[in-house]
Design a protein around this ligand. Sequence first.
Ligand code: CA
Length: 219
Amino acid sequence: MRILLIEDDSMIGKAVRQGLSAAGFAVDWVTDGRAAELALGNGVYDLAILDLGLPKKDGMAILASLRALGNSMPVLIASARDTVKDRIGGLDAGADDYLLKPFDLDELVARVRALLRRHAGSGSPVLSHGTLMLDPLRKTVTRDGAPVDLSAREFAVLEALLQRPGAVLSREKLEESVYGWGQEVGSNAIEVHLHHLRKKLGGGLIKNVRGVGYRIADV
Ligand code: CA
């Protein structure tokens, strides 16, 4: 799952990006309002974390135009504006949650998970392939009911493949699913994750389509 972090404070931004990455999310981080609007226009995000006091365009204005366009992605405001009026204003403008700064990183990650769960609705978000089950929100994988221990990156690669059964995903596409912008990606990082996935889940699960990319095997 991909999150857009909109935050102009470099210390907070770094900490949040690190915390979300460690929790297995791909994170893109922008530091002003214009960049935020450009990024949101891509429509690739599952959730946005929005600071309000931002250079170039205020967070409230970003939220208002996002909702005016009919975009219903979950938005969590993380702001130091602490009056009741601010909070009501943010929620009324279409935010799904409002977290006051300074906040606890674990709480932020828990709220992000809760928002994503709520947004997914009551429908089962679990991805399956034969007896293999992947739960994107609980971040668990089981095979024949037994838990399989995957790293956050391995999990993200498997999730990307299971989301599009039958589709061949290029290495670049897989990198996009796993890494945020500006993150150092070794040239064979995806191959290494695939190697570990095959070791843990069996060599036949992920097919290499020579020169094109990878796909999940037919069940
Ligand atoms: Ca700010």
